[in-house]
Design a binder for this molecule. Structure first.
Ligand SMILES: *Cc1c(COP(=O)(O)O)cnc(C)c1O
Length: 412
């Protein structure tokens, strides 16, 4: 049965302060630490989902970007805003954070020493702008429309802030296309750059090709478009922000190495009509965090080839449902081995909603059943960040593990 000898945990994995394993902002990291998810399961026998965070993997991911990307690396907080993720990325040297809301700005500015928050949402409320500028001293803002620029200038009353213009870029091979909702067309973007410059602000261009982009060439195309806009605008460009969209590996997405993306970006930058005082930046979310978290769930009932588990599409599994991402999965059974042969199972989530089902079957040991655990790999991105409280469920127990990431197995 579950280990109740640790006084910091009651039956649902909350610590003595009721903090549910959530790490405090700042310095004292108090999540329980295990060698690997299997030893976590053996010790905790959790009936609720448990996120297994790998701080060493976050650090390695940060290092890979800081070493390989030719400019500033901003972490897109929305991808996984958990305080422990922010803390470990900051420890690893990430000092710039792409934020889209006041709570994200507060998490960065109040929780992380010497960290800059950039307000990269093209549509902001007046209240958020006022607090960002006056309370949190945020100095970088994105616009894709003249009215948003007027709003920022009026509300903040500051001219010592910098305004980046979000450019919409041509469609690329991505899972989430984001240029339809945001971004000015090239002609408008050039006009906005001139308007911002003439109003006395420093300016620059930002774009985002979309999430989980499988093609490094998308950045070449976008950078060529940016170069044309910059020539058209004819004003000094102080920032060039190439966005996020760097991919992670999933069972159904084998993607090129990050270094191919950095090389494509370097090529695109070589011809860019900007001076040496132009700061290049990127905004990775997924690629910094996806492989650093796995999720341990438990099977609560088996009916034939259907498994009912304690997490689903309204909680950590939004992406399998929304965009068909397939996370690697394996059974954990601390009391003995599972059957050698695998069978295909349909996985249902915990809520009463009939759509709460992962839309693809998964191969798991044929004898899997009630009480067994299933670990899902590559769960760091858009999992806890998108989890609702539907039906009273809300996975929020984090532990740290020392083992390598749970990666997809590549066959052939
Ligand atoms: C979501 C988002 C990101 C992060 O995207 P990933 O695909 O997670 O890298 C970066 N920039 C902007 C503007 C975004 O909306």
């Amino acid at each position: 049965m579950r280990n109740t000898s640790d006084p910091r945990f009651d039956e649902i994995g909350r610590d003595a302060d009721g903090a549910a394993g959530v790490l405090p902002r700042g310095h004292s990291i108090s999540a329980r630490s295990f060698d690997d998810p299997d030893s976590m399961v053996a010790a905790m026998r959790p009936g609720y989902p448990v996120y297994c965070l790998r701080p060493h993997t976050l650090a390695a991911n940060a290092r890979r970007f800081l070493d390989g990307f030719p400019g500033l690396v901003m972490y897109a907080v929305k991808c996984n805003p958990h305080p422990a993720v922010l803390y470990h990325l900051h420890e690893a040297g990430i000092r710039h954070f792409d934020t889209a809301s006041l709570p994200e700005i507060a998490a960065v500015r109040e929780g992380l020493p010497e960290a800059e928050a950039y307000f990269m949402h093209p549509v902001k409320s007046r209240a958020a702008l006022l607090s960002a500028a006056k309370v949190y001293d945020v100095r970088h803002y994105v616009i894709d429309h003249a009215d948003e620029f007027a709003k920022i200038a009026e509300v903040t009353g500051r001219t010592d802030i910098d305004i980046l213009v979000r450019l919409s870029t041509p469609g690329a091979d991505v899972l989430f296309e984001l240029s339809r909702k945001f971004g000015a067309a090239p002609g408008e973007a050039a006009q906005l750059l001139r308007m911002v410059h003439e109003a006395g602000f420093r300016t620059g261009l930002a774009f985002h090709v979309g999430s989980q982009c499988g093609d490094p060439g998308a950045w070449r195309t976008a950078l060529d478009s940016a170069a044309a806009v910059i020539r058209d605008a004819g004003v000094p460009i102080r920032y060039l922000d190439v966005g996020g969209g760097f991919p992670a590996n999933y069972d159904n997405h084998a993607t090129p190495p990050l270094e191919d993306y950095f090389a494509a970006i370097r090529e695109g930058l070589a011809a860019m009509p900007v001076g040496p005082d132009c700061t290049v930046m990127c905004e990775p979310g997924r690629a910094l965090v996806a492989n650093a978290v796995s999720l341990v769930t438990q099977v609560h009932l088996r009916k034939d080839d259907s498994l009912y588990i304690n997490d689903g599409i309204f909680h950590s599994m939004n992406e399998p449902a929304a965009v068909g991402i397939r996370h690697p999965a394996r059974m954990i059974r601390p009391d003995g081995p599972g059957a050698r042969h695998l069978a295909e199972f349909t996985i249902y989530g915990p809520t009463c909603d009939s759509t709460d089902v992962i839309p693809h079957t998964m191969a798991l040991p044929a004898d899997i059943g009630e009480g067994d655990w299933i670990e899902f790999g590559q769960m760091g991105a858009y999992s806890n960040a998108m989890s609702t409280r539907f039906n009273g469920f809300h996975p929020d127990t984090f532990v740290t593990v020392k083992s390598p990431p749970f990666q997809p197995v590549r066959r052939g």
